[in-house]
Design a protein. Structure first.
Length: 257
C-alpha cells in the first residue's frame, strides 16, 4: 500500500508489495525491492538502492548526501541489501567520490534508533547497532559484530567479525574479530565467548581463540613476536585463528589492546 500523501518521483523504481507510509518522500533514481515497508515521514534520497523485505521506520533519513567538506554534489550511492531493519531517526548517508562512491549495508542488519552510518562505510551482514551508535566515514564492520548504544567509531577503523562493543565505547583503533571491547578509549576485555557459543563455535575453536588472545595481547611480547608465536602453534591450523591474524596484519590504524 502506498499512502496518497507520499511523494514518489515517477523515475523511482518501486517493487511489488512495497508499503510506503504517509508523507514519505522517495526521490528519482531510488530503487526499492519487493516487500519492503517504509514508514511515515521517511526521506529516501536519489542514489539509494534498497533490497527486498526491509523495514524502515518513521523519520529515518536514507541516502542523504555525505557529510564531507569535499563533497560537491557528485552522484554517489547507498546500497542496502535484504531483510534490514532501520529504526526511527536513523541516518544513512551515500558515499563520497574520494571514498569510492558507495556506502554499503549488507543483509539482515538491525540498525536501532538514532544510529548513524556515514559516507563510504562498508557494513556486513547480521550486524547490530544499538541506539545512538555512530559510524564515522570509511569504516568497515564485519559480519555479526555488535555495536553498543552511544558508541562512536573513528573514521577508517575496522570492527572484526563477532566482536562486541559495550555501550559508550569510543573506538579510535581497529577492534579484532571475536573480542569484547569497552571504554571511552576502547580496550579489549577478552574473548566474546558467549556470542561465539550462541553462533555454534566449537569448543576447539573457542579454546584456540582464547589461547591466541593470551599470546597476542597478554603475554608481554611485542606484536610481531606474538603473531609469530601464534603462527608456530598448533592453533594456527584453526581458520578462525588465521582470520584473526590476517585482520591484525592488515591494520592501518593499529589494534585496540
Amino acid at each position: 500500500m502506498i499512502h496518497p500523501t507520499a511523494l514518489i518521483d515517477p523515475k523511482a523504481e518501486i517493487g511489488e508489495n512495497v508499503d510506503i507510509g504517509p508523507y514519505s518522500v522517495i526521490e528519482k533514481g531510488v530503487s526499492i525491492g519487493e516487500g519492503t515497508k517504509i514508514g511515515p515521514h521517511v526521506v529516501v534520497r536519489e542514489g539509494t538502492q534498497i533490497g527486498k523485505r526491509c523495514q524502515i521506520y518513521q523519520f529515518s533519513s536514507v541516502g542523504e548526501a555525505p557529510q564531507a567538506l569535499a563533497y560537491r554534489g557528485e552522484p554517489t550511492l547507498l546500497q542496502m541489501g535484504d531483510h534490514n531493519i532501520i529504526r526511527e531517526f536513523a541516518t544513512l548517508h551515500r558515499g563520497s567520490v574520494k571514498g569510492g562512491g558507495r556506502t554499503v549495508l549488507g543483509n539482515e542488519n538491525f540498525i536501532m534508533a538514532y544510529s548513524h552510518i556515514a559516507h563510504d562505510c562498508q557494513v556486513g551482514n547480521h550486524v547490530v547497532m544499538a541506539n545512538g551508535a555512530t559510524l564515522a566515514g570509511h569504516i568497515l564492520i564485519e559480519d555479526h559484530a555488535i555495536i553498543g548504544g552511544l558508541s562512536a567509531i573513528h573514521q577508517f577503523c575496522r570492527i572484526g567479525t563477532h566482536a562486541i562493543l559495550s555501550g559508550l565505547t569510543g573506538v579510535s583503533q581497529d577492534v579484532p574479530p571475536y573480542m569484547m571491547a569497552a571504554g571511552d578509549r576502547a580496550r579489549l576485555y577478552g574473548l566474546n565467548s558467549v556470542g561465539l557459543k550462541r553462533h555454534q563455535f566449537s569448543e576447539q575453536e573457542i579454546k584456540a581463540l582464547k589461547k591466541a588472545y593470551r599470546i597476542i595481547f597478554r603475554s608481554g611480547l611485542t606484536l610481531e613476536k606474538a603473531m609469530k608465536a601464534v603462527e608456530e602453534d598448533d592453533i594456527f591450523q584453526i581458520p578462525k585463528v588465521q582470520h584473526l591474524l590476517q585482520f591484525i596484519q592488515h591494520s592501518k590504524r593499529g589494534i585496540c589492546r
